[in-house]
Design a protein around this ligand. Structure first.
Ligand code: FMN
Length: 383
């Protein structure tokens, strides 16, 4: 059953890749209520149909911090994306660049910054976590600058990792994880040949670059677990500000008070996000959190949003509720896992077509035309 541009890719990815990887991407925290609500609440927002408005010319173009975007979409930072296709971050970055949208590299990518940045003509965005090891943060920011990164996404909703029980069942974590993963790889020979063997090295490229001794993926994940920093506060962000002179976007804002603090801090942008339902289960879906945040800070900084976006229609909904740019996470991972660069490029084509139809039938000729008037008021259940 086709429900959105990403549901077919999700089904295909489930068949192609080992379950530990499928569930790592597909799952969320605890009982996954927020994960489900992200998708359902967003899809439940009714677009307001308008007709007979001569929609023969339409533009999806957008601009963010002086960077031109063919449409107001960027690929979200996704850790370990390089396990979903051979050198997966490079393939996804190429697809994004070919469609004129930014690719964001996660701190915990398989491919290091230099490998990804040098594979495309357009600057990549880089995402950083606050880690106890400030030496690593300094090192990685310098690497990013040297690789031509301008836009930094700073993720603040992971002072501790959320519990994802699916990972324990699937073999992503847990004592019997290594054995389960080997068995699963053997049962998925296409993936094993393409990514498991030819996609090596499977380490966290940016971390091994710093620590200088490539070891097993588990060692890196343990290093990361030890390095999450629950003491993080706004003053740590001052330190980052001193190291970075390009646009800085704070990712993981879900409350209007925090959004106002981000403005006071001097952030260039925020990502309204609950990390795709992967951190605190039970928090608001982004669709419900966004309207109040947009009311509080629209015009003071750029508003980006993610979590639950599965189609071009969802992008239009997010923009109409106040986002300037929308990040897509799982949707592109499913496409990457199924068909690599071509899959991600195809997914972006589908999103673009869906946006065109939605804009034509809501009477919006440009991204700037999309606003609360494009939605049916009663269907927006803001917090
Ligand atoms: C497998 C996976 C890994 C992720 N890794 C990171 C990460 O390293 N850094 C980060 O800021 N967000 C990470 N995220 C969150 C995404 O950037 C984004 O907020 C989320 O996927 C949006 O929700 P959606 O998947 O429903 O679109 C990850 C998400 C997934 C699914």
């Amino acid at each position: 059953m086709i429900i959105s541009a990403s549901t077919d890719y999700r089904e295909a990815a489930k068949r192609r890749i080992p379950p530990f990887l499928f569930h790592y991407a597909d799952g969320g925290a605890y009982a996954e209520h927020t994960l489900r609500r992200n998708v359902e609440d967003l899809a439940g927002i009714a677009l307001r149909q308008r007709v007979l408005k001569d929609m023969s010319s339409l533009s999806l173009e957008a601009e963010l911090f002086g960077e031109k975007l063919a449409m107001p979409i960027a690929l979200a930072p996704v850790g370990l994306a390089g396990m979903y296709a051979r050198r997966g971050e490079v393939q996804a970055a190429r697809a994004a660049a070919s469609k004129g949208v930014p690719f964001t590299l996660s701190t915990v990518s398989v491919c290091p910054i230099d490998e990804v940045a040098s594979s495309i003509d357009r600057p990549i965005w880089f995402q950083l976590y606050v880690l106890k090891d400030r030496g690593f943060m300094k090192h990685v920011l310098e690497r990013a600058k040297a690789a031509g990164v301008k836009t930094l996404i700073f993720t603040v909703d992971m002072p501790v990792p959320g519990a994802r029980y699916r990972d324990a069942h699937s073999g992503m974590s847990g004592k019997r994880g290594p054995m389960k993963r080997v068995l699963q790889a053997a049962l998925h020979p296409l993936w094993a040949w393409d990514v498991g063997i030819h996609g090596r090295p499977h380490d966290l490229g940016n971390v091994s670059d710093y620590r200088g001794k490539p070891t097993k993926l588990e060692d890196y994940i343990a290093w990361l677990g030890d390095n999450f920093d629950p003491s993080i506060s706004w003053k740590d962000l001052d330190w980052i500000r001193e190291q970075w002179d390009g646009p800085m976007i704070i990712k993981g804002i879900l409350d209007a008070e925090d959004a106002r603090d981000a403005v006071r801090f001097g952030a260039d942008g925020i990502v309204v996000s609950n990390h795709g339902g992967r951190q605190l289960d039970g928090v608001l879906s982004t669709a419900r959190a966004l309207p109040a945040i947009a009311d509080a800070v629209q015009g003071d900084l750029a508003i980006l949003a993610d979590s639950g976006v599965r189609s071009g229609l969802d992008v239009v909904r997010m923009i109409a509720m106040g986002a300037d740019t929308v990040l897509i996470g799982r949707a592109f991972i499913y496409a990457l896992a199924t068909a690599g660069e071509a899959g991600v490029a195809h997914l972006l084509d589908l999103f673009e077509k869906e946006m065109r139809v939605a804009m034509t039938l809501t009477g919006a000729r440009s991204i700037a035309d999309l606003g609360s008037g494009s939605l049916v008021p009663d269907s927006i259940r803001g917090a």
